[in-house]
Design a protein around this ligand. Sequence first.
Ligand SMILES: Nc1ncnc2c1ncn2[C@@H]1O[C@H](COP(=O)(O)OP(=O)(O)OP(=O)(O)O)[C@@H](O)[C@H]1O
Ligand SMILES: O=c1[nH]c(=O)c2[nH+]cn([C@@H]3O[C@H](COP(=O)(O)O)[C@@H](O)[C@H]3O)c2[nH]1
Ligand SMILES: NC(=O)CC[C@H](N)C(=O)O
Ligand SMILES: [Mg+2]
Length: 525
Amino acid sequence: MSADIHAQKILILDFGSQYTQLIARRVREVGVYSEIRAFDMSEAEIREFDPRGVILSGGPESVPAPGSPRAPQVVFELGVPVLGICYGMQTMAEQFGGKVEGSDISEFGYAQIRQVGNRGLLHDIRDHYDADGSGLLDVWMSHGDKVVELPESFELIAETGSCPIAGMAHRDKPFFGIQFHPEVTHTLQGKRIFEHFVLELCGCQALWTPANIVEDAIARVRETVGGDKVLLGLSGGVDSSVVAALLHKAIGEQLTCVFVDNGLLRLNEGDQVMEMFARNMGVKVIRADAEELFLGKLAGVNDPEDKRKIIGNTFIDVFDTEAAKLSDVKWLAQGTIYPDVIESAGAKTGKAHVIKSHHNVGGLPEDMSFELIEPLRELFKDEVRQIGLELGLPWDMVFRHPFPGPGLGVRILGEVKKEYADLLRLADDIFISELRAAGWYDKTSQAFAVFLPVKSVGVVGDGRRYEYVIALRAVETIDFMTARWAHLPYEMLEKVSNRIINEISGVSRVTYDVSSKPPATIEWE
Ligand SMILES: Nc1ncnc2c1ncn2[C@@H]1O[C@H](COP(=O)(O)OP(=O)(O)OP(=O)(O)O)[C@@H](O)[C@H]1O
Ligand SMILES: O=c1[nH]c(=O)c2[nH+]cn([C@@H]3O[C@H](COP(=O)(O)O)[C@@H](O)[C@H]3O)c2[nH]1
Ligand SMILES: NC(=O)CC[C@H](N)C(=O)O
Ligand SMILES: [Mg+2]
């Protein structure tokens, strides 16, 4: 096997910023593996992690407030570079004897910083020059507090009119603090700043590439699984299809896939998935028809978290039943990816709030008879797509919109009924076909219809209609952690709305969801 791609890694200590995951993504884009952990990771764990560099994230707390979090002192004793971003810089300043003050005015958005000196982190990185030849950088800020006194051992590297200490560097050691956020794309030179930190200052090699990730994943799967049999929950979605390709390559005939028709799939989806796999992949796929089982268990259940847990558990029941039909299956494989883990707060960070329990993480039963194998558990969606292409999966499969495992179960608000699922399938199909016809499918990251179990009055052919409401949702996002509602053309929305109301008896009104994430989430439940 070639170089160990996990050997050189960056540790990101999370103080609770909304952007911590972006930091991890940026570091990986530069070609180096990174992991997010909670800021209060123990000294022993940090030493065992053995990072080549440490990044301290931003965070909502305030350094001058009593009891606010601090970086573990050990990170400054490892002999590796440390970069503090926003809160991370503020706590670093405080921990080295500088001073941080709160203020009533917060600075949020675009700012231009002026470089002071030309060494270290920002060396030769600039967007413009000012009249006296200093480098200027267009950056993005989001803070209220600021460092008002540098620690003695630090010197200034960046300033702005409103924030005189916008960047600092230790005089002798590779410790840096920046008040702005290099991880957001609004900071134009962000990528170069990370390259500088990770490759030059930390001395990492750029080994985290799709080809290496695939090679490493295959080797790890072979080592873990040995000669045992593996059952993969295959949905036909991007993640599990990539896992199928990966496992097929790694362990060939030891793999059997189970596709579960839970009654919460889209129109004709079951047949399409079976056909697609028969045609493209050469892997064994069993189809489990479990509509009645799922709908039976969901009857009378209204709470979204209860629904998710029931669906997660029922998936496992079905996998159990299918495994029992084969002999000695030891492993259950799933297409779990890093955001599933983080959003379900199953992450090692432990500091994130539970937003929703993804069925495949928080929804798993405790007494499961399988051991889990999740080869994509540390990858972001865009990395998963890259390795899908690397494995030779067709473009259409790799760039499909994601579809959540609980499916229409979280797109029918409240209690799930077959009648509702049937209406929603028709509406969703009209929306997606029109989106494709208008060339918008690939311009949006995810689009779907939602069933609202409320009735609204309409008039058709002089008659009164009192029927259900369908909401349409389409978003643009890169990481699915933040998203903007897609600005679809009115003409297209008009056509979709007319078709839904005219073609589906049972629906009298269509609305378009114009909420961003945050504060809304992508799915309605
Ligand atoms: N209908 C299904 N049958 C079998 N397994 C499923 C089904 N739906 C989801 N799963 C399992 O749950 C995992 C998580 O689902 P998720 O929707 O996040 O991933 P995906 O369907 O593989 O990809 P995508 O995010 O593109 O939809 C899947 O990777 C798969 O292992
Ligand atoms: O497999 C999944 N199981 C789940 O339980 C689940 N919940 C949300 N999603 C998908 O995750 C992305 C972010 O969704 P939210 O903004 O709704 O949290 C979106 O792409 C959602 O479709 C899920 N996927
Ligand atoms: N984005 C941040 O890290 C903010 C840090 C701190 N909460 C402040 O307001 O300055
Ligand atoms: Mg899916």
